[in-house]
Design a protein around this ligand. Structure first.
Ligand SMILES: Nc1nc2c(c(=O)[nH]1)N(C=O)[C@@H](CNc1ccc(C(=O)N[C@@H](CCC(=O)O)C(=O)O)cc1)CN2
Ligand SMILES: Nc1nc2c(ncn2[C@@H]2O[C@H](COP(=O)(O)OP(=O)(O)OP(=O)(O)O)[C@@H](O)[C@H]2O)c(=O)[nH]1
Length: 426
């Protein structure tokens, strides 16, 4: 096994930079560069020297013994002064050792997975955690990284294994005395798990929104002040504004953090009848994007104006340019904009509640597959004892689908567990 190394902190100048080394040669490298290996888990100041014994840095060295580190391998960390030259020098020196090479992206985490320090879902949570830019994204990723999906899978599989065992018992006793009818208990277990899976599936749409951002479209007539409002929300000049009606032609997207929620606000072409070909294309696109968005903010020039697209559900309707007449908001002065942000975020927060731990398409597919196999199980069960083995097989496939969520894929130990937990007494 190669020993891998990489800069663990961001590139560039910084107070401190951490270079991480993981693998069998990690301690030997510290010994060669620092003279000795400090006690594990105890940050220790050492002179770091290059191949000619010249001083590279005075650094904090932190080592973790094999089996007691993030990757599960022996790990050494060099907490260096955050100078690009020091980092370059240490990386160059590390590359000179036999058996050492630069890590590939994600390779430390891959080793943690291979060494069973993390399951697949936790790895996904970790990746989202590092990507998280807003508070809602951090909270969601942290839930998954903490192993919440793995815990759910455990609970589901325990119930399904109990149900499997009951069905297996029915099969085994089928030609002997009439077995106790286990169908009601099996059905109850299946229904419980199915409902819980459905709940997760329902929440997964929103979870994906939290990951990728909600879309909020500003729509309204030309010159209503949509671009000005977008710029006010973004806190910068993202869109061109002008007194010329029909200024915005294409859809302008600005990602922002609205009270912890990741939101992409869309500024769209003003809706009006026009003979301008390019503007007409822009208006078509505006309608399409606005209809697909999670929420629309209709910005009217005057109360009662027909915006040329119908507000639906939670859509917000406000009158603009409140500084120069009757209105709710002014993109120009910022009046009413905090209130508008509150209205937007309260709608999105309401939708974001009830989100579970299935946060990726992969999770959704696995859950949907499991639901389908459970439905198959129920169908086989309802056609009687003759198809009990078919039912058991469907249920095994449902468990395999759920196990794929955490990366557990072999079937043998499912059988082991059935026999460990359920004595058939035969
Ligand atoms: N300097 C530094 N900070 C870091 C990390 C790191 O690798 N290095 N992490 C990296 O992502 C995170 C912390 N994650 C870690 C997870 C497990 C272990 C670890 O050594 N686990 C051992 C020992 C547990 C114990 O005895 O307390 C184990 O699980 O056996 C270390 C860091 C965030 N901060
Ligand atoms: N008094 C006042 N004028 C505003 C306000 N918002 C925008 N305006 C002005 O109204 C004109 C149109 O503003 P835009 O933000 O470009 O309007 P738009 O809705 O994006 O327009 P289109 O791109 O044509 O659809 C500009 O002259 C702005 O300066 C406001 O809150 N108050």
């Amino acid at each position: 096994m190669d020993t891998i190394f990489a800069l663990a902190t961001a590139r560039g100048k910084a107070g401190v930079a951490v270079v991480r080394v993981s693998g069998p040669r990690a301690f030997a490298v510290v010994e060669a560069m620092c003279g000795d290996v400090p006690p594990p888990r105890q940050a220790s100041i050492r002179a770091v020297r290059d191949g000619d014994r010249a001083l590279v840095d005075e650094a904090l060295i932190l080592v973790f013994a094999e089996g007691h580190s993030f990757t599960g391998e022996a790990v050494a960390e060099f907490h260096l002064h955050g100078s690009p030259a020091i980092v370059a020098s240490v990386l160059r020196r590390l590359g000179e050792f036999d058996g050492l090479r630069l890590a590939e992206p994600g390779e430390f985490t891959r080793r943690a997975l291979e060494n069973d320090r993390l399951d697949l879902a936790r790895v996904e949570g970790l990746s989202d955690l590092i990507e998280a830019e807003t508070e809602a994204q951090r909270v969601q990723a942290m839930r998954v990284f903490s192993g919440a999906l793995g815990e759910k899978v455990e609970a589901w599989r325990a119930k399904l294994i109990r149900a499997s065992a009951l069905i297996e018992a029915t099969i085994d006793f089928a030609d002997e005395e009439v077995p106790e009818d286990v169908t009601p208990e099996v059905s109850a277990l299946l229904a419980e798990v199915r409902a819980s899976l459905r709940e997760e599936l329902d929440g997964s749409q929103v979870a994906e929104r939290i990951r990728d951002g909600f879309e909020v479209a500003i729509v309204g007539a030309t010159n209503a002040g949509k671009s000005t409002l977008l710029n006010r929300l973004a806190g910068r000049d993202a869109a061109i504004t002008s007194e010329v009606a029909g200024t915005t032609r294409d859809v302008i997207e600005v990602r922002m953090d609205l009270k912890g929620l990741p939101v992409t606000v869309l500024d769209t072409a003003g809706l009006r009848e026009t003979t301008d070909v390019v503007e007409t294309l822009g208006i078509d696109r505006a309608r399409q994007r606005a209809e697909r968005a999670d929420l629309r903010v209709f910005l009217l020039s005057a109360p009662g104006e027909e915006p040329g697209l119908s507000p639906q559900g939670d859509d917000i309707v406000v009158v603009g340019k409140s500084d120069s007449g009757v209105g709710d908001v002014s993109g120009k002065t910022g009046a009413g904009v905090d209130g508008l942000v509150d209205r937007i975020t309260s709608v999105l927060e309401r939708r974001a509640s009830g989100v579970g731990v299935a946060i990726r398409d992969r999770h959704r597919r696995a859950l949907a597959e499991a639901v389908a196999f459970l439905d198959g199980t129920m169908a086989e069960l309802s056609s009687g004892i003759e198809t009990a083995d078919m039912a058991a097989e469907r249920m095994r496939l449902a468990i395999v689908a759920l196990d794929s969520l955490v990366g557990r894929v072999d079937v043998e130990h499912i059988l082991d567990e059935i026999f460990a937990n359920f004595c058939l007494g035969k």
